[in-house]
Write a protein that binds this ligand. Structure first.
Ligand code: NAD
Ligand code: TYD
Length: 378
């Protein structure tokens, strides 16, 4: 079996569902999900495989190394795939402590548990074991328009507390391979999107705000560039690295889809105009430029030539096809949306976007019924 930390979050849950679902990866191998179920973790994300005999779940904090070690000894997995993290940059700006705790101390606790476990293994079981650490392109810092994309040898220059905490965890993973010969693999990927993404991140937030007649908040001038990777492609890349990656190596994973944020938001509006037309004109009327994120990285871009050359992985979704799948999923998932948007979610939106979004948050019914202009884009 394998362990998946953070398997009730966005990418972890997609990974687990793909792993266990016939017609997808369908690997005939059980998964134990370890997740403390923070605001971002949700067992509903695993509904498609609920009751599957290959799915086990333990509600644990990864910082509890002795509990993790006990689980390793009991289940003897061949791999730990480590997704669990605090993952949202804006939250890290408002409250970095939890990022240091989970992303650095939690990864450290997991590495210690894995090191103790591997020391007890021998022969084929020891040779087969892998610790795969899922990280981000944000560790490399910010690019200007004409810089080459990040490669695996780009120097680390994290700029947000989130990126710094992930960079620290990457360094710990590297050190555990170098010093203790822990069989590690690290992946650094670009911005993911797809089903089950918590609606604090750009794409789901904009989809839901659009449908509710709220402002679509674009930070700064909207020209910050991100590379967009469909979550299913990311999960396939992780499976590839897990099976064939070289020990101690890092692999960059990207979607080859660099776009400025304003283009992403406009693309969402165009699709929604087609799929759920808005009375009174395009959803683009709701686009609103808001105060920039402090320290907002200008551009991320990924050179994923290494994983393509060495392991033969390629992304299969274009941004257009992946975005259509994503929006279709949000349009069909009203129950899930209602469930994840608890009172705490509303508190977050109020704290992050404040009076501006609150004052323009008139609700779908009102805006659609009046057919008025709901935003401030020219
Ligand atoms: P997410 O925030 O949706 O999910 C994180 C999961 O980890 C949740 O289920 C949460 O309950 C769990 N968790 C948090 N703290 C925990 C703790 N202390 N103990 C146990 N479980 C805990 O995150 P995501 O978007 O799915 O990201 C998964 C991983 O991929 C993260 O490591 C993130 O840094 C990395 N990553 C994400 C993106 C992206 O675009 N989402 C891009 C690059 C890298
Ligand atoms: P986000 O989804 O938070 O991912 P990350 O910060 O990890 O890249 O943001 C993606 C981009 O969208 C980023 O440049 C910030 C921008 N953004 C907005 O313009 N408005 C928003 O409301 C959010 C959440 C993000």
């Amino acid at each position: 079996m394998i362990f998946v930390t953070g398997g009730a979050g966005f990418i972890g849950a997609n990974f687990v569902v793909d792993w266990l679902t016939p017609g997808r990866a369908a690997l005939d191998e059980p998964v134990l999900v370890i997740d403390s179920l923070t605001y971002a973790g949700n067992l509903a994300n695993l509904a498609a495989v609920r009751g599957h005999c290959g799915l086990l779940f333990e509600r644990r904090d990864i910082c509890d190394g002795s509990a993790v070690l006990a689980l390793l000894r009991r289940h003897r997995p061949r791999a730990v795939v480590h997704f669990a993290a605090e993952s949202h940059v804006d939250r890290s700006i408002l409250g970095p402590a939890e990022f240091v705790r989970t992303n650095i101390e939690g990864t450290f606790a997991l590495l210690e548990a894995a090191r103790a476990f591997v020391a007890e293994l021998c022969g084929a079981e020891r040779d087969a074991f892998r610790f795969l650490h899922v990280s981000t392109d944000e560790v490399y810092g910010s690019l200007s328009a004409d810089d080459p994309p990040f490669s695996e040898t780009t120097a680390y220059a994290p700029n947000s507390p989130y990126a710094a905490s992930k960079a620290a965890s990457d360094h710990l993973v590297r050190a555990y391979h170098h010093t203790y010969a822990l069989p590690t693999l690290t992946t650094n990927c670009s911005n993911n999107y797809g089903p089950f993404q918590f609606p604090e991140k750009l794409i789901p937030l904009v989809v839901l705000h659009a449908l509710e007649g709220k402002a679509l908040p674009v930070y700064g001038d909207g020209q910050n560039v991100r590379d967009w990777l469909y979550v299913g492609d990311h999960c396939a890349a992780i499976r590839t690295v897990l099976e064939r990656g070289r020990l101690g190596q890092t692999y960059n994973i990207g979607g080859r889809q660099e776009l400025p944020n304003i283009a992403v938001v406009r693309a969402i509006c165009v699709l929604l105009d087609e799929l759920r037309p808005r009375r009174g004109g395009s959803y683009a009327q709701q686009i609103t430029f808001v105060k920039d994120r402090p320290g907002h990285d200008r551009r991320y871009a990924i050179d994923c030539g290494k994983i393509e050359r060495e392991l033969g992985w390629l992304p299969t979704e274009s941004f257009d096809s992946g975005l259509r799948k994503t929006i279709d999923w949000y349009l069909a998932s009203a129950d899930w949306i209602a469930q994840v948007r608890s009172g705490k979610y509303r508190d977050w939106i109020e704290l992050q976007y404040g009076a501006h979004v609150a004052s323009t948050a008139e609700g779908t019914a009102q805006v659609l019924a009046r057919g008025e202009k709901g935003g401030s884009e020219q």
